[in-house]
Design a protein around this ligand. Structure first.
Ligand SMILES: [Zn+2]
Length: 879
């Protein structure tokens, strides 16, 4: 699964990485010293009865310790005990759009796992059940059961042993709308099956049905043992209107015309997988067909967007080849479909052979030119091995799914776009983890949790991915992939826990790796390292490292650390191995060196504290051959506001061979256009980038600089590029036009773009209307708000609010209602946030404020809820 927070991350940053803010001041305090409880703390633990038999009981805090340990046992979630194994699941389903229910017949082929059994408990959430029939060789016979609305306990008419294979069949109606509750950071709802616009009442929204099973939500539409350590083959029959398309797991083996405009599609999976991976989607989809090495691929999207889908998913065959080749295990399933739906509850989900994606991937041909969805496509595809082919035995080991899927984004990027681009993404991931670690530090493998949805966090995804990267860096490419092949082959169609992964790596490398797995997978926290580099003997530089993390909470780490330096332009490196709290290493570099890089390639998950001067950072920028190190230098200098150094290197930065350095340089330059004044050469460079050199995002950045610098002078260029094939470029050019003052651009020119629907074009037009007090555009704003897609809506809502504050007579009421609808119901947290911010302008009359308060109180995203609170408290006080 891929979480929505990824979308937020892309939209809101991080453009600047905290990791790179190497502190200019040395941290002196050491957090690792033992904390000694004060008298007050000891007293506050009163109520402890010292026991004669337990001498420990006299220790302060003992009762708390007992409580903690008992709580840990109570929260311990073992993998589900296997009493039965479902071998095959056969479903025959039809859909009631009016009532949003599923009527079905299920036939399960089952065998006791080991011990003889006479009762079987199936997960079946919010069903209405008819008779249940048991069949074991003879005629089917009705059998007794007890149903509590969530699980059905079936009393088998005879004791069955593992030599028996029997069938249970039942008719049922499933009510996925009942008891739907808040999900996790990764998914925002738990219905399992979703009817989108079921009665076709929303004009711009097509009717659809799709499912989302992870974690245990598929038992809201079929009876099963809803746990990842169950695996079965399946046949799912879907009865639909014959105008619609269905997509399911495995292969479409049959289509039955039923008459009356109905059709029954048979989707068969002959290879076993876990219940949470069962899925289907139904809708009026268009399909783009592709192929990789005999495996048929389908990209499904709403009709009219096929050309875009062709572009968005175009790298899929190459990815399949790349992953198959690297892993030494060919893509294990008979086909691979990717389906873009509406209102999806997460970023995407890796259902076996049928990944489902959020609507942000629904782009028209023109928009798809700048599509950057490779990472999410790689993520779900890699899950087809890590998650689907080999599954975790319980959610406690979730990182064995998500850490790998997360890391596949790096692997693909590295292969396709180079190490620097891949590293940029990896650093963004570690930033996610650090942000989360501010408030939450837990073991990566977690058996103690209250809700499985809590495991879908940046620990399981980002930290997990980084740890896998460190394993690869430490063991080397060959061992890494050979071990993964061994792991996949050994556990094919099976389930794993973290020790299986360790064993595979130990088997191939011949090396004990408990130390690595213990500190990273089975413990919490991360290293905080203080580096001090002594340059006083330039031919033998001394590096001191101190581990500063709180050892009460985190391990004392064993860490390979790479240091590097340049001799006559040639990069040299050396690996140090840290295994103490404080260590010193002599570099024995022999040739004098005045700058040493520690972890120059950013391969370590560690917070680094190191004193560094702007001068040294500029040297780093000039010396390092690694784009990511140059990016770090630029980013640090910007954070320190080291303007002297920045200005002196701006031309090099703007012309850097790594696009992210260019992009960053241009965004710095945007607030320092005086540097262009002083350097015609720099202005010339920016101008030539804008005209056509390189990546569209960089060209767009260059246009932004020119419009901040002198929009009047560049009007002709802006006008020309406002018709560029890339919306990134065209949008920036249009904004440049709108910024022109002398002469201002005439209204007719801007009006030519008012029919555009891509937000990069819509927003400059909105900006123009608002900054020029142009009235009569109320309908335009309302219409755009209805159709604008993706992250653009977040920005647009602010403009919408501003326009109707200025011209309320043009439809304020309708606009406010629209905002309230988005605020209350939109599945994307960033849209709810945008609507909230927009509504802050409309807190009068009092009933609006009351409504704002009420909806804010229902927010399930904690971060958002506290953000709302912050503003509402002040507002409520005022009123
Ligand atoms: Zn995932």
């Amino acid at each position: 699964m891929n979480s929505l927070s990824i979308v937020l991350r892309i939209i809101f940053g991080p453009r600047s990485f905290n990791l790179f803010l190497i502190l200019a001041v040395l941290a002196v305090g050491c957090k690792s010293s033992q904390s000694i409880p004060t008298t007050q703390e000891i007293e506050s633990h009163g109520g402890l009865e010292p026991s004669d038999t337990l001498s420990q009981a006299a220790t302060p805090g003992y009762d708390r310790l007992v409580q903690e340990k008992e709580q840990a046992i109570a929260l311990y979630k073992p993998a589900a005990t296997k009493l039965f194994d479902i071998l095959h699941t056969e479903l025959d389903l039809a859909f009631d759009y009016q009532n949003q229910t599923v009527t079905g017949t299920a036939e399960l082929t089952i065998r006791p796992f080991f011990h003889p059994q006479q009762e079987l408990v199936l997960d079946a959430q919010d069903f209405e059940l008819g008779r249940i029939y048991y069949e074991n060789g003879g005629e089917p016979q009705s059998t007794g059961y007890r149903y509590d609305g969530q699980q059905v306990r079936i009393y088998l008419p005879e004791e069955v042993t593992r030599a028996d294979t029997f069938k249970l069949s039942m008719k049922y109606t499933a009510f996925p709308e009942r008891n739907s509750g808040p999900g996790s950071a990764a998914i925002s709802d738990t219905k399992g099956l979703y009817f989108i616009d079921p009665l076709d009442t929303v004009p711009s929204k097509p009717r659809m049905i799709w499912t989302q099973g992870e974690t245990d939500h598929n038992s809201k539409w079929f009876p099963t043992l809803d746990t990842p350590n169950e695996k079965f083959t399946q046949l799912i029959k879907l009865t639909v209107a014959d105008s619609l398309v269905t997509i399911g797991n495995g292969e479409l083996v049959r289509q039955e015309e039923l008459g009356n405009g109905l059709r029954k599609d048979h989707w068969e999976m002959n290879l076993p997988h876990s219940p949470y991976l069962a899925a289907f989607a139904i809708g009026d989809f268009g399909k783009v067909e592709a192929e990789w090495d005999g495996i048929p691929l389908g990209y499904y999207v709403e009709k009219g967007f096929e050309k875009g889908a062709e572009r968005v998913f175009k790298n899929t065959p190459e990815m399949m080849g790349f992953f198959s080749g690297k892993l030494g295990v060919r893509y294990p399933w008979p086909k691979y479909d990717q389906i873009v739906v509406r209102d999806f509850v997460s970023g995407a989900m890796e259902n076996t052979t049928a990944s489902i994606f959020m609507e942000e991937l629904r782009l028209d041909e023109h928009e798809a030119i700048d599509s950057e969805w490779d990472y999410i496509i790689a993520h779900e595809l890699f899950h087809q091995w890590f998650g689907d082919y080999v599954s975790v035995e319980s959610w406690a080991n979730l990182t064995l799914n998500e850490g790998f899927a997360n890391y596949s984004e790096f692997l693909w990027n590295e292969y396709k776009y180079g190490a620097d681009e891949a590293k940029l993404k990896l650093i963004a991931e570690t930033e996610n983890y650090y942000a989360e670690a501010e408030n939450k530090q837990v073991d990566l493998i977690r058996y103690a949790y209250s809700n499985a949805e809590d495991l879908f966090d940046s620990h399981s995804y980002s930290k997990g991915g980084m740890i896998i990267h460190m394993l690869r860096t430490y063991l080397g490419e060959t061992v890494f992939y050979r071990a993964l092949q061994d792991y996949l082959e050994k556990h094919a169609f099976g389930n794993v826990e973290v020790n299986d992964l360790r064993m595979a790596f130990e088997k191939i490398s011949g090396e004990d790796l408990s130390w690595f797995f213990n500190q990273w997978f089975l413990d919490k926290g991360h290293p905080e390292l203080l580096f001090e580099v002594d340059y006083s003997i330039p031919e033998n530089i001394l590096i001191s490292v101190t581990q500063l993390q709180d050892l009460n909470e985190a391990p004392l780490y064993q860490l390979p650390i790479v240091v590097s330096w340049y001799e006559g332009g040639e990069r040299k490196s050396k690996q140090l191995f840290m295994n103490q709290a404080f260590q010193q290493f002599a570099l024995e570099n022999k040739t004098p060196v005045d700058l040493v890089f520690i972890d120059e390639g950013k391969n370590l998950l560690a917070k680094r504290i190191q004193s560094s001067s702007p001068e040294q950072m500029r040297s780093q920028f000039r010396i390092s051959e690694l784009g990511i190190a140059r990016y770090e230098a630029l980013d640090s200098l910007a954070a320190w506001e080291a303007h002297l150094e920045l200005e002196s290197m701006m031309l090099e930065a703007v012309m850097d061979e790594f696009w992210a350095v260019q992009e960053n340089a241009l965004s710095i330059l945007q607030s320092h256009t005086e540097w262009l004044e002083a350097s015609p050469e720099l202005e010339q460079a920016v101008q030539s980038i804008a005209i056509g050199a390189g990546r569209n995002s960089v060209r767009s950045g260059a246009l932004d600089v020119l419009s901040a610098f002198d929009p009047d002078q560049y009007q002709a260029l802006f006008l020309e590029l406002a018709s560029d094939s890339s919306y990134l470029v065209a949008g920036s050019a249009l904004m440049g036009l709108v910024s022109a003052v002398e002469p201002p651009v005439d209204e007719a020119t801007i009006e030519r773009y008012s029919g555009e629907t891509n937000y990069r074009m819509v927003i400059p037009v909105a900006e123009y209307y608002i900054s020029n007090y142009i009235s009569g555009k109320g309908n335009w704003f309302l219409r755009q708000a209805e159709t604008i897609k993706g992250e653009g809506l977040y920005y647009f809502l602010g403009y919408l609010s501003e326009y109707f504050l200025r011209f309320p007579e043009e439809g304020e009421e309708e606009a406010v209602e629209f905002l309230f609808q988005k605020f209350q119901y939109d599945s994307r947290s960033y849209v709810r946030l945008g609507a909230f911010q927009a509504l802050l302008g409309f807190t009068e009359p009092a009933e609006n404020l009351a409504r704002l308060n009420r909806i804010a109180g229902e927010e399930s995203d904690e971060e958002l809820a506290s953000y709302y609170n912050y503003f509402l408290e002040a507002l409520n006080d005022e009123n």
